[in-house]
Ligand binder design. Structure first.
Ligand SMILES: C[S@@+](CC[C@H](N)C(=O)[O-])C[C@H]1O[C@@H](n2cnc3c(N)ncnc32)[C@H](O)[C@@H]1O
Length: 221
């Protein structure tokens, strides 16, 4: 699991303390947290998970779209928070992760609510037509700007677009922190942040939690 220990966004003593306060998940979510840690599969951090649970329970989305499934942890967490009438589509390009995510979704009894769509999100997104109440971007990090207009077409007015990893281990905020071969993704993420903070259809809040989270409200027309 990605943690504050390797992203330098929140000092580790603060995030460690906050995490001691969070009630631990049980059942399949606890098992997936363990699997992700053991297999070094990045999943949303506990502080992002709890914020998403609060946002979902506050806004009550019925249709959620996610980019970046991995093993299905966040898809399950979102759907469990959103309740029995919710539906979630999640896009993943790695075949072995798609198989694992589908098995986990099946085990959780949520096959009727969660659909894993295989493929590259930049190609899958333009094919989607059903309007959604919430979008969570957590994959294809170098392509957030490219995906934005498709997301805005799908997102209903009043819906939330939530983008994870927007500070990219702090590199987006400081030139000194940019590591070799990460320059392109950092430049693209800065362009994305400029775009969503100045976009006429969006009101965006940027939070230095997890690996950096942007919460953008699609304004009513
Ligand atoms: C951080 S992980 C997702 C974690 C998941 N949201 C969770 O918290 O449980 C990012 C995932 O996005 C997938 N991904 C990266 N680029 C992608 C693309 N262009 N299209 C679809 N999936 C992509 C990766 O294979 C990886 O599984």
């Amino acid at each position: 699991m990605e943690s504050d220990h390797n992203n330098n966004i929140v000092q580790s003593y603060v995030s460690d303390y906050l995490n001691t306060l969070m009630p631990k998940h049980t059942g399949i979510l606890a098992r997936l947290e363990q699997d992700a840690a053991e297999q070094q599969i990045p999943i949303i951090t506990p502080e992002v998970a709890s914020l998403m649970e609060v946002l979902i329970k506050t806004t009550n989305p019925k249709h959620i779209l996610e980019v970046g499934t991995a093993i299905g942890y966040s898809a399950l967490l979102f759907c469990l928070a959103a309740g029995l009438e919710s539906h979630l589509i999640t896009i993943e390009r790695e075949p072995h992760l798609i198989d694992t995510a589908r098995a986990n979704i099946d085990e959780a009894g949520l096959t009727n609510q969660i659909k894993v769509m295989p493929g590259d999100a930049t190609e899958v997104l333009p094919c989607l037509t059903e309007p959604v109440d919430m979008i969570f971007l957590d994959g294809a990090k170098g392509h957030y700007t490219q995906m934005l207009e498709h997301c805005l077409n799908l997102l209903k007015p009043g819906g939330l677009l939530i983008s994870d990893n927007v500070l990219f281990r702090g590199m987006v905020a400081s030139e000194e922190k940019v590591k070799r071969r990460q320059g392109t993704i950092v430049t693209r993420m800065r362009t994305y942040l400029e775009t969503i903070t100045h976009h006429p259809q969006l009101k965006t809040s940027l939070l230095p939690i997890g690996d950096g989270l942007a919460i953008s409200l699609k304004l009513p027309k």
